[in-house]
Each structure stands twice: as structure tokens, then as C-alpha cells.
Design a binder for this molecule. Structure first.
Ligand code: CA
Ligand code: CA
Length: 346
């Protein structure tokens, strides 16, 4: 079956472009190729189109459109349009973006019309990486990402499909969009997700500092809150406890840093500023033995707790980070509407 035929004469190149001659290793090079020096809205080596490479050197198809935004104030510019080649087997292919809420499972399923059986190898482009990375063992037709969290947000996925004739097609990329799920805080006791988790992966250990961000915190009495974060290595750090006095806090975004960076602690009796972003070091104004513990299954790890995010420096950041939010006094409740995220600075 001859599915796609584009006249070579239609090939148009506007800027230096890597040329591929249809060898399979060239496909890998494209998938993992690094293009530096382009500060673009779209990742520079993202195959914003599709390409396939035939099993013989003379049969290949490449459809690529590359848009580059080198000035954030401008619209992306079309720098490259390449249409050429011949596909022996792929008639149609498509991978849809996936939209899920935090804690749900995401599923990517490519629509591919080509001679069967088809084999699959999935790739990911993470927001912090600059390469397409092979996902080991992900060779099913469907890619399932369980219990998505903010760490999965803004990642791209694609799958290299091989048809029965040996022709290969990179299907994608498609984006995973994650909607944060509110963390509800009762009048007294553990928050509804206790802990709320983020599974970090793919990060180097030599980060200089870590930031923990709480998005849109609302509470009728800020000092009721005891907030603990636990690292994959077991460091237990109180971000904030008994801060903000008896004041209401409304849609406040709080970013916590290691103490040495020099931000102040959250206020003890004054109000935490509402409707904006505040930068703090950690501070525990409360009595801190056992204050977060409660009856199973809602058990936070016991103290003693530390008050400085710097303690995690040098440890392996990969693994599950846990956030425990506890309301320590009757009456007055709240919600962390935008959930939470972690950032590593190298
Ligand atoms: Ca309360
Ligand atoms: Ca407390």
C-alpha cells in the first residue's frame, strides 16, 4: 500500500536543517537530538509534524513543520517546512492530548492505520529535560500514567510505531495537561488528601535548593494550620505551623525556601497576605511534638520535625514527596485550591 506521496519539489527549507537519509539511527538522532541556542516556546527539537523512515534507504517520508518563537513578545515564526518522501505503509496516525485531574490516571492511545502487527515504543519529553527520552518497558499500545501529580504537568509524549513492513513512524507529540485538585482542610483534623503526593523522577541529586509552593491557600483562621513536607529520603520539614494569627487568609500562594536564601518567616500574629505570592523560610510557631498525628489511616510520620528546607540538599530528590496539612483547632476550615508543586534549582 502506498499511502503518502509528496513531490520532492515541494520541499522548502528556510534555515539550516538537519538532513536525514532514511537510516534508522538517523531517526534516533532526531528523536534525541539537541538543538541549543533557541529560546523557543516550542522545544526546539520537537518533531512538530511526523516523520517515518522506511526499512530500505530509499523509502522515507518526512513531514516537519518547525515553529520558533525567539522573541517572547512575538508570534512563532515558521522556520522550516519539509515535505518529501514516500511511505509504504502508514496511511493515518494521530495521538491526542490528554486532560486529567491530579490523582487520576492518564492514558495515551495512538490512532494508527498501517499493516499489522504494530509494535510500539513510547518516549517522553519532560518539562525539565531537553531530549526525547525513551521510556523503558513502555511497549504497549496504550501508555498509562497512574496517579498523575504536578510533576507530570506539561510533559509531552510520543510513540515510535513500527508496522508489519518495518516502516517506523513517530506518532505525536501529545501533551499531558493536569488540572490541580483542591486539598480540602476540615474544621479540625487531617486534610482530605493526607498526604498529598508528588512523585519526582529524572532529577539529578546536585540541586542547590528546593522550593515548595502552595497554590491558593484559603483558611478562616491561618494559625490552625500545621503543614509538613516529607522528602523521599525521610527528611521531615515543617513549612509553617501556627502562623498568620487568627486572621483569615484568602487565595494566598506561599513559596517556601531554605533559610539561607534569606526570605523572612511567615508572620506569627499578623495576617498572611491574601491574593498574591509570598516567599518565606520555614517556621514552626507551635508546639511541635506529635501535633500532626491522628488516628490511622491518617498518620503523619512522628517528630521531631525540622524547620529548614536546606536539610534535603545532597539527598536524592527522586521518589515520593508527601505534604501533610493538618488543622489543629476546632471550627474554621480551609482549602488549598491550587494544590502544590516542587521545584529544584541547580
Ligand atoms: Ca480549625
Ligand atoms: Ca499547631
Amino acid at each position: 500500500m502506498q499511502s503518502l506521496l509528496v513531490d520532492n519539489a515541494k520541499t522548502q527549507r528556510c534555515q539550516g536543517v538537519k538532513r536525514f537519509e532514511g537510516r534508522s539511527h538517523a531517526a534516533q538522532e532526531f528523536l534525541t537530538g539537541r538543538r541549543s541556542g533557541l529560546d523557543s516556546f516550542f522545544p526546539a527539537s520537537l518533531p512538530l509534524g511526523v516523520f517515518a523512515l522506511g526499512s530500505s534507504n530509499s523509502w522515507f517520508v518526512e513531514l516537519r513543520v518547525r515553529l520558533i518563537r525567539d522573541d517572547p513578545t512575538k508570534q512563532p515564526v515558521l522556520y522550516e517546512l519539509a515535505l518529501h518522501g514516500l511511505s509504504a505503509s502508514f496511511l493515518d496516525w494521530y495521538l491526542e492530548n490528554e486532560y486529567v485531574s491530579e490523582t487520576e490516571d492518564a492514558e495515551f492511545w495512538p490512532w494508527v492505520f498501517a499493516p499489522e502487527p504494530l509494535t510500539y515504543q513510547w518516549y517522553a519529553w519532560y518539562s525539565w529535560s531537553e531530549e526525547w527520552e525513551l521510556l523503558p518497558g513502555q511497549t504497549n499500545q496504550t501508555l498509562v500514567i497512574t496517579n498523575v501529580d504536578s510533576w507530570d504537568h506539561t510533559n509531552w509524549f510520543g510513540v515510535l510505531v513500527t508496522s508489519a513492513t518495518g516502516e517506523r513512524m513517530f506518532v505525536g507529540p501529545a501533551r499531558l495537561w493536569v488540572t490541580p485538585m483542591p486539598i480540602f482542610i476540615p474544621t479540625n483534623g487531617p486534610a482530605l488528601r493526607y498526604p498529598a503526593t508528588i512523585e519526582v523522577f529524572g532529577m539529578r541529586t546536585n540541586f542547590v535548593w528546593v522550593e515548595v509552593r502552595l497554590d491558593e491557600l484559603t483558611h478562616d483562621r491561618a494559625e490552625d494550620l500545621d503543614i509538613l513536607v516529607v522528602s523521599p529520603s525521610g527528611h521531615k520539614v515543617i513549612l509553617m505551623s501556627d502562623a498568620g494569627g487568627s486572621n483569615r487568609v484568602d487565595k494566598a500562594t506561599l513559596v517556601f525556601y531554605p533559610n539561607w536564601i534569606g526570605w523572612p518567616p511567615p508572620p506569627e500574629t499578623n495576617a498572611i497576605p491574601s491574593h498574591g505570592e509570598s516567599h518565606y523560610r520555614c517556621r514552626n510557631y507551635g508546639e511541635w511534638e506529635r501535633q500532626l498525628e491522628t488516628q490511622p489511616p491518617y498518620v503523619a510520620p512522628p517528630g521531631p520535625y525540622l524547620e529548614d528546607l536546606d536539610v534535603v540538599r545532597g539527598s536524592n530528590p527522586n521518589g515520593i514527596w508527601r505534604l501533610y496539612i493538618y488543622d489543629d483547632s476546632t471550627n474554621k476550615a480551609g482549602v488549598l485550591e491550587g494544590s502544590w508543586t516542587i521545584k529544584f534549582v541547580y
